[in-house]
Write a protein that binds this ligand. Structure first.
Ligand SMILES: C[S@@+](CC[C@H](N)C(=O)[O-])C[C@H]1O[C@@H](n2cnc3c(N)ncnc32)[C@H](O)[C@@H]1O
Length: 285
């Protein structure tokens, strides 16, 4: 198995297992970000949109609402659990008349007819080959079509400043991870690829065939009632991949250590605000 297929398979396994619980604790983080993605696409009723890495529909649902009954949205995700749960949510929300989900790898897909817009909410950083996904997205868009993606801001190959709780968690977990790992996020995020900095991100988007690249930052946050709520949430999103690298017999000890270390961020009522600075990318085909 190559490094690329190995990471893609680990991401698929982690998100498949967390599909039922995905982003369900605290004040939802990814759903407000998904609404931001939909708004940045400046959709018109009747448009056809492709949602890459649709997960539990954070981008897909607001997009489906904005394109209306005459529009169409197709979500692609490689985790069977996500596709199943998102498809059921579409039915429950009465959006199945204009939205569908299907299994697929966003690094290698083709479409029958070009789309008007493409969203990629919080998925590019998980890909070993984000440039392949950007090229596939460019090929799937009509001329003048829009791409909007959100991803984690990085500086010099590390998460940018402002991720206090994620930094603390990574520092604690590094004690329990295989030796020689300088930055645990390197194990699960594509920090060494074209998303390594804002400049290289812009350059990757341009190279894929887009123009008018506009990159911005927004300060996303989520509040958890307690540190334990936050730690439970980390099992439903990307940090799950780090937790799974901790030997099972050491997970209780690691959880206790994380709980102690995170106390410095907790408010007097025990709540914890998770700060998630986010990079938005908008471009035109
Ligand atoms: C952090 S979640 C984001 C989900 C959703 N877009 C949102 O904003 O909440 C990342 C999603 O991307 C999916 N994903 C990761 N790598 C993928 C790949 N190579 N192809 C398709 N989906 C992928 C995961 O299964 C997961 O559902």
């Amino acid at each position: 198995m190559t490094e690329q297929t190995d990471l893609t398979a680990r991401v698929r396994d982690a998100y498949d297992k967390s599909a039922d619980q995905y982003d369900s604790a605290g004040q939802l983080l990814f759903h407000p970000l998904g609404k931001t993605v939909a708004d940045l696409l400046e959709l018109k009723p009747g448009e056809r949109v492709l949602d890459l890495g649709c997960g539990r529909g954070a981008c897909l649902f607001p997009i489906a609402a904005q394109v209306g009954t005459e529009g169409f949205v197709l979500g692609i995700d490689q985790a069977p659990g996500m596709v199943e749960a998102c498809g059921a949510d579409l039915e429950a929300r009465g959006l199945a008349d204009r939205a569908q989900v299907r299994l697929g790898d966003v690094q290698s897909f083709t479409v029958d007819r070009p789309f008007d817009a493409i969203s990629a909410g919080m998925v590019l950083f998980l890909l070993p080959a984000p440039q392949q996904a950007l090229a596939a997205a460019a090929a799937a868009l009509r001329s003048g079509g829009r791409l909007v993606a959100t991803t984690f801001p990085t500086e010099n190959g590390r998460l940018a400043a402002g991720w206090e709780s994620a930094e603390i968690l990574a520092e604690v977990l590094s004690t329990y991870l295989p030796e020689g790992v300088d930055d645990p996020w390197q194990l699960v995020l594509g920090l060494n690829g074209p998303l390594v900095s804002e400049e290289s991100t812009a350059s990757a988007v341009l190279t894929a065939g887009f123009t008018d690249v506009d990159i911005r930052h927004i300060a996303a946050k989520s509040r958890f009632e307690s540190i334990d709520d936050y730690l439970a949430w980390t099992w439903t999103v990307t940090p799950r991949m780090l937790w799974e690298l901790v030997p099972p017999e050491r997970r209780t000890e690691a959880t206790n250590a994380a709980r102690t270390a995170l106390r410095s961020l907790a408010g007097s009522d025990g709540s914890l605000v998770f700060s998630c600075p986010t990079r938005t990318i908008r471009a035109v085909r």
